[in-house]
Design a protein around this ligand. Structure first.
Ligand SMILES: Cc1ncc(COP(=O)(O)O)c(C=O)c1O
Length: 417
């Protein structure tokens, strides 16, 4: 194996994605300025500890940038406290669970077939912390938590943490409804905003920090269009516990080039976040309606399909459908639905689509109708290779990242690293 073999594969990946429709709901692309920073010398350095209290020398500029990221995040999310050091959303969840619970405590969370993330279950983070799981009661018709049953379950089971947020996340979760019960049983409310952080930043989804959560964890690279990284917000009262749980609890050195990229994405979101989030949701509703009108079982038609960046469709054999779509350069993923066999996640009936990345590339409602037609042709049995030709042609006009300061790198251009 030679260096060229790796670079060739990466180049081919770039070409493929430039000719594809990326619709995976947990991904996004960063701006040209952020991409530059991800290759910077920050990625070679260590800066354990807090800004101004590091265990290494050589960090005076790194300190400035991390402080910028903290200040920008506090401003954008109007938060009392933030920690920008978790290296991913799962890492942020680990730190939150360690800060707020002890072994054998109960965590109230969504089952994976109801949209919960694997890190909310005993196979992952909850298991590492030895937490018992109490499932949120779920209303499959509404694709949301059953509020009355949730309140009764909180009183009955007395969880230590009530977790909101999900990977299949169509509608805001009932945080306010859980507040009184949480207070009475002494539970902390945590909101995993991994999927919807960018929509919250643009003030277009729910506002967890004002609705009563104690801690909000997140990924910074799904609807929030930054580098792959994590983040945790909390009340002032919990600031020390969260910071300790991050360092030295669960992170040694955080990824400093990603913190630089995060700082720039925060600036971009302060400027363009509202317009981007609005368009992302409009696009999801339009894609849902267009697919529904083509005869597909898009969930929740009575609720306009979604209030987020996602739509979900029950297609039966989702694995085969996702593979056929991939052959047509339409990239999506299969997903468990509430009525699927929980023990067979490899063979679910759902397809999940997210519109955030195509929105970043400048697509609007008219383009969503084109995307829906391309998906429909594949799912109705047309040869994917034939559809692919039209996908490649259509995608030619959507190559530049919008909702950022400049397509030309200009002032952001660094000398060759
Ligand atoms: C709800 C939720 N939380 C956490 C994560 C994990 O985030 P990361 O990949 O940043 O660790 C995901 C990933 O998709 C998610 O959907």
């Amino acid at each position: 194996m030679r260096v060229e073999d790796v670079t060739r594969s990466v180049r081919e990946h770039h070409k493929w994605f430039s000719e594809s429709l990326p619709l995976i709901a947990s991904e996004n692309i960063t701006s040209p300025a952020v991409r530059q920073l991800l290759a910077s010398d920050f990625g070679h350095r260590y800066a354990e500890g807090k800004v101004g209290q590091r265990y290494y020398q050589g960090v005076k500029y790194i300190d400035q940038v991390e402080q910028d990221a903290i200040d920008l995040a506090l401003k954008l999310f109007k938060a009392e406290h933030v920690n920008v050091q978790p290296v991913s959303g799962v890492n942020a969840n680990i730190a939150a669970f360690f800060a707020l619970s002890n072994r054998n405590d109960a965590l109230m969370a969504l089952d994976t077939s109801h949209g919960g993330h694997i890190s909310h279950g005993t196979k992952s983070v909850a298991g590492i912390r030895h937490l018992r799981i109490v499932k949120h009661p779920f209303d499959s018709e509404e694709m949301n938590i059953d509020t009355d049953a949730m309140i009764a379950t909180i009183y009955e089971k007395k969880p230590k943490i009530i977790l909101f947020g999900a990977s299949v996340f169509l509608f805001p979760h009932p945080i306010r409804d859980a507040r009184d019960a949480a207070r009475e049983v002494g539970a902390a409310i945590v909101y995993d905003s991994a999927h919807v952080l960018g929509l919250i930043a643009g003030e277009q989804f729910q506002d967890p920090l004002r609705e009563g959560v104690d801690v909000m964890t997140g990924s910074t690279h799904k609807t929030f269009p930054g580098p792959q990284h994590g983040i945790i917000f909390s009340t002032k009262a919990l600031a020390d516990a969260i910071d300790e749980a991050v360092f030295p609890g669960t992170v040694s050195n955080h990824h400093l080039h990603h913190v630089a990229g995060l700082a720039v994405t925060l600036v971009e979101m302060l400027e363009f976040g509202k317009a981007y989030a609005q368009q992302t949701i409009k696009n999801a509703k339009t894609l849902g309606a267009a697919l529904y009108n083509s005869g597909f079982n898009v969930l929740c038609p009575k609720k306009d399909f979604t209030e987020s960046h996602q739509i979900v469709m029950d297609v039966g054999r989702a694995s085969a459908m996702a593979l056929a779509l991939e052959k047509a350069n339409i990239i999506t993923n299969k997903n468990l639905l509430p009525w699927d066999d929980h023990n067979a996640p490899e063979n679910p009936s759902g397809l999940r689509f997210g519109t955030q990345e195509l929105t970043r590339l400048g697509m609007k409602e008219a383009q969503m109708r084109v995307v829906a037609k391309l998906i429909t042709r594949v799912l109705n049995g047309e040869a994917p290779e034939k559809v692919k030709k039209d996908v490649v042609e259509f995608k030619k006009d959507y190559q530049e990242v919008e909702y950022c300061f400049s397509h030309e790198l200009g002032a952001y251009q660094f000398p060759a690293w």
